[in-house]
Design a binder for this molecule. Structure first.
Ligand code: TYD
Length: 205
């Protein structure tokens, strides 16, 4: 049996992840695969409860509480969804994973990267995604897109300066892990972004 691959999608809010997620699922299905599609925070019963708390705009919390809840949800997600699927040889696509904690809690909230690395090693050991697609857009583009889509959640209410720090942290991570993280310029027309995604996925297939 060929081992399954673990693909994660990242980007600031409004970067167009959801559209590209659907496209990746289609590409993998065409290749005869039935990927497990999941998300963070969430993906399990407990994780979805934690997600509701984390996104609730009336739920103020300390930045470290936020990070700990993200990693608590992740621990559950790995145990119940990601690892069992990978062990069975399935492909897993997760809408966000640990890079989001480094970008949002580290960059956005200013939490110490050393603390996040401790949580990362505690929760996932040496496990890393096989491929991370980081959808990069300027902050103004992301903010314009989210204002059109839906009511803002606790993160989406943040200022442009917060998202600028999140974006910078993602770009730093992409420079730090160039073999794993592919930057996709998501400010281009949709068809071009889809082509770039297809090329990247084909390399993995
Ligand atoms: P998101 O993935 O953007 O979902 P939707 O498309 O439904 O809005 O929402 C999840 C939010 O959680 C997003 O604003 C980023 C944030 N987040 C973190 O801050 N840290 C994390 O570790 C993860 C996984 C997500």
């Amino acid at each position: 049996m060929k081992p399954g691959k673990f693909i994660t999608l990242e980007g600031i809010d409004g970067a167009g992840k959801s559209t590209q997620l659907a496209w990746i699922v289609e590409l993998l299905r065409r290749a005869g695969l039935q990927p497990v599609v999941t998300r963070e925070p969430g993906g399990t019963a407990l994780g979805e409860h934690l997600r509701a708390l984390l996104l609730d705009k009336s739920m103020a919390m300390h930045a470290e509480t936020e990070a700990l809840l993200m990693f608590a949800a992740r621990r559950e997600h790995l145990d119940k969804v990601v690892l069992p699927a990978l062990h069975q040889g399935q492909w897993v696509i997760s809408d966000r994973f640990t890079d989001a904690s480094f970008a949002y809690q580290g960059g956005g909230r200013g939490l110490d990267t050393d603390k996040l690395e401790i949580l990362e090693h505690w929760v996932q050991g040496a496990l890393q995604p096989d491929l991370t697609l980081y959808f990069d857009v300027p902050v103004e583009v992301g903010q314009q897109r989210i204002s059109q889509i839906k009511e803002a959640d606790r993160f989406e209410l943040e200022q442009a300066s917060f998202f600028q720090r999140v974006r910078n942290a993602y770009l730093d991570r992409a420079r730090q892990f160039p073999g794993r993280i592919q930057i996709i310029d998501s400010s281009r027309p949709l068809a071009e972004v889809k082509t770039a995604v297809e090329q990247t996925i084909q390399q993995l297939l």
